[in-house]
Design a protein around this ligand. Structure first.
Ligand code: KIV
Ligand code: ZN
Length: 516
């Protein structure tokens, strides 16, 4: 096994920035991708799949920049089975201290039909493309997409070809999330036994969660001999998502008694990266999500609380601090100073430069004036609005005043800065939010399908901030936006504009064909 440091070491391959970001609506900005990559690098992820370089200029630039900056992780880019994709991928990853090319083709009967290749023609293509990748880079990963629905004899044949052509990692994707744990293990075991050269390479497992079995399938594959798990933070990914990094890593740590494998992940960094990915992707973490959900360590029922007070192990199989959850939800208020804010933000994973802190502090003070107590969740919501790229957004909300009451129609007086120039209008609508969205449409004309408009209170009380999520669609491209404010209409306007800015970025992307 070329890549594994030891037989019990399981490599963690994170694809949040590729398979995760491919999820409709999860588009991240360039700066956000760099930030997430830096956090992955620092937390001990072995391989970061940083993107799909041929998909767009933006993807290419992000992969190149991540490659230049990575300190420890291998930086990998994705390429379909053709010369142009592989060349472009190499151009992006070649800057890394440790580059990897990941090339793939769909090998199941259904996927073979898409490029309309016979089995022999596809085998030839695999030989050519893996050889090309290996001539460029010493570290090559090959994936037979939809492996779990590919005929076993054909799967063995093409994997042998890829190994002979120089692949150093063979990834076995369960592209449609169809496999069950026993099958996942049997498949890896069969490949290790039957494919000549299998003991020279690392087998990886790449599971999708359509039946909720991605974590179980990945762990079963490891028990059968796979030594690389492909996963994403929060299980982000298309449809039901990918294997969640935090779940497999914590399962291997907590149940090391029956799964004696190690990863290099600093688990105390899990919570912060989970929050950041939720923020930048616009995909909130479900409250009862394993490991990183808001309720994962909350013990509210009387029996539980009583047991916890006597001995935390009564109901806790891992300690909150193991995943980086601070024990206290320290409250800040309007008398809290810059140092207290800085310390709290750093605990939450935001290490701000002085100029950034200055800006956030002004916003914090404004919030503390309106709200007596500022909780962690308030700060996280505040940081969503202070995302590093907001100042580069083409459209920004400058001023908003609405007139609402029992008499319709309601109206909104709105000023937007568009490409640096202020534009003002007054629009009417069926309620203040509708009037505000109409005003945005007047100032920046666009046709989108508003798929979701959701409001949540961040904390309790009538002075609580509202977090608003908006999802919009245009020609099959989806973008989400979020914002928080003690004024629900202001939060709505900002969330809408945030989604619109993301849609403008997404317009520039060409959809990569045939990838799950
Ligand atoms: O799910 C899948 O098959 C993929 C491949 C590109 C590895 O994401
Ligand atoms: Zn996938």
């Amino acid at each position: 096994m070329t890549d594994s440091k030891a037989q019990d070491h399981v490599l963690i391959f994170d694809t949040t920035l590729r398979d995760g970001e491919q999820s409709p609506g999860a588009t991240m900005t360039h700066e956000e991708k760099l930030e997430i990559a830096a956090m992955l690098d620092e937390m001990g992820v072995d391989i970061i799949e940083a993107g799909f370089p041929i998909a767009s200029e933006g993807d290419f630039n992000a992969v190149s920049e991540i490659a230049k900056r990575a300190e420890h992780s291998v930086i990998c880019g994705l390429a379909r089975a053709n010369a142009a994709d592989i060349d472009r991928c190499w151009e992006a990853v070649k800057h890394a201290k440790q580059p990897r090319i990941h090339t793939f083709i769909g090998t199941s009967p259904l996927h073979r039909d898409i490029p309309n290749l016979t089995k022999d023609e596809m085998a030839g293509r695999i030989h050519e493309t893996v050889t090309q990748a290996r001539n460029l880079c010493d570290n090559v990963q090959w994936s037979p997409m939809d492996a779990t629905r590919t005929e076993e004899d054909y799967l063995c044949r093409v994997i042998e070809i890829a190994i002979k052509a120089g692949a150093t990692t063979i990834n076995i994707p369960d592209t449609v999330g169809y496999t069950a744990p026993r099958e996942s293990a049997d498949l890896i075991r069969m490949l290790i036994e039957k494919v000549p050269g299998a003991d020279e390479i690392t087998f990886a497992t790449h599971c999708h969660n359509d039946l909720g079995m991605a974590t179980a399938n990945s762990l079963a594959a490891v028990e059968a001999g796979a030594r690389q798990i492909e996963c994403t933070i929060n299980g982000l990914g298309e449809r039901a998502g990918n294997t969640a990094l935090e779940e497999v890593v914590m399962a291997l740590k907590v149940r090391n008694d029956i799964m004696p494998y190690r990863t290099g992940i600093d688990t105390q960094k899990i919570m912060n990266i989970s929050r950041r990915v939720a923020t930048v992707s616009g995909f909130p973490v479900q409250y009862n999500k394993a490991i990183v959900g808001k309720n994962a360590f909350a013990h509210e029922s009387g029996i539980h609380q009583d047991g916890m007070l006597k001995n935390a192990e009564t109901f806790e199989i891992m300690r909150p601090e193991d995943v980086g959850l601070a024990e206290t939800n320290l409250v800040l208020g309007k008398h809290s100073g810059r140092a207290a804010l800085k310390a709290k933000l750093s605990e939450l994973g935001y290490n701000l430069a002085d100029n950034q802190l200055k800006d956030v502090f002004v916003r914090f003070k404004a919030l503390a004036d309106r709200k007596k107590e500022v909780y962690e969740d308030d700060l996280l919501a505040l940081m969503r609005d202070s995302s590093s790229d907001a100042e580069h957004d083409r459209i920004q909300v400058k001023f908003l005043r609405v007139i609402c009451g029992t008499e319709a129609p309601q109206s909104a007086d709105l000023t937007l800065s568009i490409d640096g120039v202020d534009h003002q209008t007054t629009a009417q609508g069926d309620g203040p939010v509708d009037a505000t969205f109409n005003a945005v449409k007047t100032l920046f004309p666009h046709e989108v399908n508003l798929q979701l408009y959701q409001v949540h209170a961040v904390t309790e009380g009538t002075d609580a901030q509202a977090t608003v999520s908006v999802r919009m669609e245009e020609d099959g491209k989806i973008a989400t936006g979020q914002s928080a404010d003690t004024d629900t209409v202001v939060a709505s306007a900002k969330a809408y504009v945030n989604a619109l800015n993301r849609l403008l970025v997404r317009r520039e992307k060409t959809a990569p064909a045939a990838i799950a």
